[in-house]
Design a protein around this ligand. Structure first.
Ligand SMILES: [Fe+2]
Length: 279
């Protein structure tokens, strides 16, 4: 059984977001997430610590793609070989954040993900918040999960099942030892759900909460602890309404672990109390 976790582990590295007001959105990530900003070829390229974002002009609320970093050119070559065998077409991607050889692929719903090698290494972070996972809502949950598992090599860490219908409601997918770097919720629309930054410990969550509080940014979900992943969390929104999660203690999963199964209820999504249930 081959998988990304075993053959070519990958971490979420940066997001490429579009916005009707890219200057305002870039200013938010520059100031609130403490990133350095450069405008390169009309795109706002923001980096710092272990997180990076590109903001470009377009529709608000859209994640053009999440970009994953592999550890070496050899690992990227192994992923290319796998995708060729599976018949997946790769589109070359040129960006200041990747070294040469990066590419995007499209899933059955046209959703893009990118893979490449970091152009600049992540540095230690005075405000710990490593970009760690991204989540989408989808109307075609089974087909999308099969694509990321069978074609690309993500592994299923946990599944959440609707107990009345027996239908899959959520799937958490990993690309290295961390519980999920990608997840999909069944929804009535196909949209970006949220993205998450992993900190070092609970006190970092307090510090981010205090920082956001100074800007009167209200928490809309949490603080709490997720069942799948077992991570502590809270969520806020940026000026475009995109959801950011700050997390700690995300679980690590062995490569040979079988997927866990959870009931679809509030306690699964937040063992501390009320949950945001997607519809
Ligand atoms: Fe999350």
């Amino acid at each position: 059984m081959t998988s990304m976790q075993i053959d070519h582990p990958a971490q979420l590295y940066y997001l490429h977001i579009s916005s009707e007001n890219p200057e305002r959105l870039a200013a938010f990530y520059r100031e609130q997430m403490s990133l350095d900003e450069k405008v390169i070829a009309g795109q706002h390229v923001l980096r710092g610590g272990s997180r990076a974002v590109i903001v470009s002009k377009g529709s608000s609320g859209e994640l053009l793609f999440p970009a994953y970093a592999l550890q070496s050119a050899e690992a990227l070559a192994r992923l290319r070989t796998r995708l060729n065998v599976k018949g997946i077409s790769m589109t070359p991607l040129s960006t200041p954040l990747y070294a040469e050889g990066a590419f995007t692929i499209e899933d059955p719903q046209g959703r893009k993900t990118a893979y490449g090698i970091c152009a600049n290494h992540r540095v230690s972070d005075p405000e710990p918040a490593r970009l760690q996972h991204v989540v989408f809502q989808t109307t075609e949950l089974e087909a999308v999960v099969r694509f990321y598992v069978d074609k690309i090599g993500f592994s299923i860490s946990d599944e959440v099942i609707d107990e009345e219908t027996g239908q899959l409601a959520v799937a958490f997918l990993r690309s290295d030892d961390e519980h999920h770097s990608l997840a999909f919720f069944r929804g009535s629309r196909n949209e970006w759900d949220h993205h998450c930054y992993e900190t070092n410990e609970w006190n970092d969550i307090r510090d981010w909460g205090d920082k956001f509080a100074k800007q009167h940014m209200q928490i809309f979900f949490g603080p709490g602890r997720h069942g799948p992943g077992n991570n502590l969390f809270f969520m806020v929104t940026d000026p475009d309404g995109n959801r950011l999660e700050i997390s700690a203690e995300i679980e690590r999963i062995a490569a040979d672990a079988s997927p866990g199964v959870w009931p679809h209820n509030e306690y699964t999504l937040n063992s501390w109390g009320r949950a945001w249930m997607r519809t």
